[in-house]
Design a protein around this ligand. Structure first.
Ligand SMILES: *Cc1c(COP(=O)(O)O)cnc(C)c1O
Length: 361
């Protein structure tokens, strides 16, 4: 069809200069194409079968893979494949509210926009904490705010890689403050949309369950890569048991936020795990970090003050011209822009960008 032909041409063309958003492009899911002929629906709880037109066996393996990576308690974890990081954040916050209905939510000004909306949807009370210039939580501001609300249960929405600068809030530091003020009721959700998916492979995982996370959400279409947006949320099982309701009509538990969920999404994440394995994923992450270092160096060489947070694929620099931002589809905020060195972006592509920037400074 002509309409589709022209649309694919446009997409092909624009995909060549797509370096500002965190999506991996090195995937190939052709082996899964035959399954697109069927309507696989993982409705409701992944651990309770509904009918047979579902792919929950793959979903459960994906959950197990991440429960190991995030060191979730062996007999006390549960999760599901979401439609993206935002839904995982909503789920974490929902669980937190069921446990602490009078809790106060703390999150920094660098937090993803979905969190504010989720807080609004759940009608929770919240306080915005200042960020440091690198995007990480300003712990002094957190401490002052915490002191004023010592009587309330604490719910922290921690960033494991902020959207703009990929900064990480330190769970051990946050935990120390909770201890210092003898706060007994607390819940920490980790928003690991991009970085949460690869940091544990590098051994940089002080945000996992063993370090005090109560729930973790990631996006699947970011580091793992997927043509359909998806993600994963993991919580302690004892928490989710406060939520599920049996629905006789679907033959499963209504423990998830949506009703119907795509079975294909679970198969995509499962396939990526099979194909790369932990080793392959680690190699991809290391390659991306190398590319990020390469880009910083090249930008610094032409006088552009580029920087990154530790172990980040995101390279931050002063906002260039509108032409450059549009062509290379750069995300900008205030005076900064970023390139995210995702799997699939080559050094050649980065050099093309640097050369373009040099001519259009
Ligand atoms: C991308 C992102 C999200 C949202 O994830 P989606 O998959 O787009 O819903 C949440 N938090 C952070 C830090 C992100 O970068």
């Amino acid at each position: 069809m002509e309409r589709l032909d022209s649309f694919i041409k446009k997409i092909e063309e624009r995909s060549k200069t797509y370096i500002g958003y965190p999506v991996a492009t090195d995937y190939d899911y052709k082996e899964l194409y035959p399954f697109l002929e069927y309507s696989l629906n993982n409705v409701g709880d992944p651990f309770i079968a509904s009918n047979d037109m579902q792919a929950k066996e793959f979903e459960r393996e994906v959950i197990e893979f991440f429960s190991e990576i995030f060191k979730a308690p062996v007999d006390n974890h549960w999760g599901y494949v979401t439609n993206g990081g935002s839904e995982g954040n909503l789920y974490g916050l929902y669980v937190a509210r069921e446990i602490y209905p009078t809790g106060m939510v703390y999150y920094t000004e660098s937090t993803h926009y979905s969190v504010q909306k989720n807080i609004h949807l759940l009608n929770m009370e919240s306080i915005v904490i200042r960020s440091q210039p690198n995007g990480e939580m300003d712990y002094e501001d957190f401490e002052v705010t915490l002191q004023m609300n010592r009587h309330r249960p604490v719910i922290v929405m921690a960033n494991i890689g902020t959207t703009m600068t990929e900064a990480k809030d330190s769970i051990p530091i946050i935990r120390n403050y909770l201890k210092k003020y003898a706060i007994k009721s607390s819940y920490i959700h980790c928003d690991g949309a991009l970085a949460g998916a690869y940091l544990p492979l590098l051994g940089d995982d002080d945000f996992n369950f063993e370090h005090g996370a109560d729930s973790i959400a990631i996006s699947g279409h970011k580091f793992f890569g997927s043509p359909i947006s998806n993600g994963l949320v993991l919580v302690k099982k004892s928490y989710k048991e406060r939520i599920g309701r049996a629905i006789p009509y679907i033959g499963t538990l209504d423990t998830t936020i949506p009703g119907s969920r795509s079975g294909i999404n679970s198969m995509i994440l499962w396939y990526a795990i099979q194909k790369w394995g932990k080793e392959g994923m680690l190699k991809r992450a290391k390659n991306c970090l190398e590319n990020a270092a390469f880009l910083r160096e090249k930008l610094n060489e032409i006088g552009i003050a580029a920087w990154s947070n530790p172990n980040a694929l995101t390279v931050v620099f002063p906002k260039p011209t509108v032409h450059i931002c549009k062509k290379w589809q750069l995300a900008t905020e205030n005076e900064i822009a970023h390139v995210i060195c995702m799997p699939g972006i080559t050094k050649e592509k980065l050099m093309e960008f640097v050369d373009d920037l040099k001519m259009n400074k």
